[in-house]
Design a protein around this ligand. Structure first.
Ligand SMILES: C[S@@+](CC[C@H](N)C(=O)[O-])C[C@H]1O[C@@H](n2cnc3c(N)ncnc32)[C@H](O)[C@@H]1O
Length: 278
């Protein structure tokens, strides 16, 4: 039963059409309990573009209107993130992974990290900060982060490197000065310094699709993305991750996620930290 009185008619038939489309195109599951969430995320667009008619909105999706399909995907994805979210992952990188890669990759002097499902960029910029702290004095090392997401809006924000100053609560005043420049006109905004941006390449990528990059990666972060996927999609995804990560490479997942019964290719080495079997 619907819990809220809605401004526009939003029937179970509208909801099933929308949820079937979203699951097929993103892997994100939308059980009936998400009906209110879907309505609240879409109603403002349906008001503006379709005079409040979910019928017309669903027709546009069924007729393959690319702009509306993109609007729907961008509205439904959950983009919550933060700088140094799950800080223990970044501590682990600096304490164990980077020193190990210094030895393992000493002939190639190359390190590749993939932030898969990077949202508005706080995760790849946190990785860039760790890389900079560790590798800045090793100028002959080639270290890069590939940051990808399905949602074009969050990627655009990520690539701009511009954030509201209140997003920086995790940083000390000195750290803020080291990594960000304060806006001159709008002093409530900061921009990530360009030397950090230079570590990162942002690209749009749907994780359900074939991975176009050659890889291989030393480390993959795919955190707080698979919670919305069903088990079969998770299995397939981690199988394909295992093909892009080097033997012994590290896989970091979100705090409420697990690879138990999902992948035999990765073994647990810490709290939500895995390694690809050699
Ligand atoms: C909750 S955010 C996680 C951000 C970051 N990894 C973190 O843990 O803070 C989940 C991100 O996954 C992205 N996403 C969801 N389904 C996706 C898919 N099929 N392909 C690529 N990205 C997807 C969403 O757009 C969203 O930005």
């Amino acid at each position: 039963m619907d819990r809220t009185a809605r401004e526009f008619e939003f029937s179970d038939r509208h909801f099933s059409k929308i949820s079937a489309f979203v699951t097929a195109h993103t892997g994100i599951l939308l059980p009936p309990a998400k009906k209110d969430m879907v309505y609240s995320r879409l109603s403002k667009h349906v008001r503006k573009l379709f005079q409040g008619s979910f019928d017309t909105f669903c027709d546009a999706i069924e007729n393959g209107d690319d702009e509306i399909k993109e609007l729907l995907i961008n509205a439904i994805t959950t983009n919550l993130t933060a700088f140094f979210r799950e800080k223990h992952h970044f501590d682990y990188l600096k304490q164990y992974v980077f020193p190990e890669l210094m030895l393992k990759n000493k002939t190639t002097k190359r390190i590749r990290i993939w932030s898969a499902g990077c949202s508005t960029g706080e995760e790849p910029y946190s990785l860039a900060i760790c890389l900079h702290e560790f590798f800045n004095d090793k100028k002959d090392w080639d270290v890069k982060v590939l940051a990808t997401d399905l949602d074009a809006n969050v990627l655009e924000q990520a690539a701009s490197g511009i954030y509201a100053i209140e997003r920086l609560t995790q940083f000390s005043e000195n750290e803020k000065k080291s990594w960000f420049t304060r806006g001159k006109v709008n002093t409530d905004l900061v921009k990530v310094k360009s030397f950090l941006q230079n570590y990162i390449v942002f690209k749009r990528l749907n994780l359900l699709h074939t991975f176009p990059m050659r890889g291989p990666f030393d480390v993959i972060f795919c955190r707080n993305v698979i919670i919305y996927f069903d088990k079969a999609t998770q299995r397939d995804l981690f199988h394909r991750f295992s093909e892009k990560i080097l033997p012994g490479g590290y896989m970091f997942i979100g705090h409420s996620e697990t690879l138990f019964n999902i992948s035999e290719q990765f073994v647990s080495v810490g709290n939500t930290i895995y390694r690809r079997q050699s």
